[in-house]
Design a protein around this ligand. Structure first.
Ligand SMILES: [Fe+2]
Length: 278
């Protein structure tokens, strides 16, 4: 079915529309860029033109938000076909999406909704990931979403669920360090126990981001600088997993590219002790 994904030790940024021109006009000091797949699932237009030009100069990771691997009614085959066409076009480092469900019976909530960590959900998610990998002809990289509730029926922890998912499907992991911190705070688990509990040999990417404080919860808004506790957790993650592809993920309140590059330099500095490549 699928091939393996080699480790890529690099530092990258999301390719966002406010920065299209900078990427087109000159060299940006990043090792890779990540794109939101759904923004390019079109037959043409400027975004796809920009992506083609950027791809000529940078490796690209494809990151989706609506595969809905947790959907009991399966993954939309039309979506998978269009994702496959984009992947064949740009030959990405990998294709990722979130451990969540986003809708049902054709309705897309545009939210990353939480799953119960049960054997029943495991069966659904495993089947969906097998199907996606079969169509995409690539291993899927699965990202932990932040959550704001847990289920009374939970039979295992999120990290145990993820570990078993990797074993059953051969998928890889994108660890969002901020999301681990947010969920850990919201549900009172130790983020370092989470890091210790996922399979190190499956981690291929890490997201770094900021969050907001809600009334009783932290909210994964991805619209702030990376805060100190997330940097501290990132250093722990590098110590456990080595340096996998790391990026600043800013989805809103997007600053000038220079500011994001400065944050990326912090990531490079924090990761330096664990960089294997000369
Ligand atoms: Fe993320």
């Amino acid at each position: 079915m699928t091939s393996s994904i080699p480790v890529f030790e690099g530092f990258g940024l999301g390719l966002r529309p406010p920065h299209f021109d900078v990427f087109l006009e000159g060299e940006v000091p990043v090792d890779f860029v990540e794109v939101i797949s759904e923004n390019f699932l079109v037959g043409g237009g400027r975004p796809l033109h920009v992506l083609d030009r950027v791809r000529e100069r940078y490796p690209v990771a494809m990151h989706g938000v609506s595969m809905s691997v947790g959907s009991a009614d399966g993954i939309n085959p039309d979506y998978l076909a269009r994702l496959k066409a984009l992947a064949d076009r740009i030959e990405p480092l990998w294709v990722s999406d979130h451990l969540c469900w986003t809708g049902i019976e054709g309705f897309n909530s545009h939210d990353l909704l939480p799953l119960p960590y049960t054997e029943e959900a495991m069966t659904v998610v495993s089947a969906n990931i097998h199907r996606a990998q079969e169509i995409l002809k690539r291993p899927l990289v699965v990202e932990n979403a932040s959550t704001y509730l847990t289920f009374a029926d939970d039979e295992m922890t999120e990290w145990n669920f993820i570990t078993e998912l990797c074993r059953r499907t051969g998928c890889y992991l994108l660890l969002d360090v901020n999301n681990i911190y947010v969920s850990g705070t919201n549900h009172s688990f130790d983020p370092e126990v989470y890091l210790a509990g996922v399979p190190a040999d499956r981690v291929r990417q890490m997201h770094l981001a900021g969050h907001s404080k809600g009334h009783q919860l932290l909210i994964d808004t991805h619209d702030e600088n990376v805060p100190d506790p997330v940097w501290a957790l990132y250093e722990k993650a590098c110590g456990r997993f080595g340096v996998t592809a790391s990026m600043i993920e800013r989805d809103d309140n997007i600053p000038p590219l220079r500011d994001l590059l400065n944050e990326l330099d912090i990531a490079r500095h924090k990761a330096r002790p664990w960089i294997r490549a000369a």
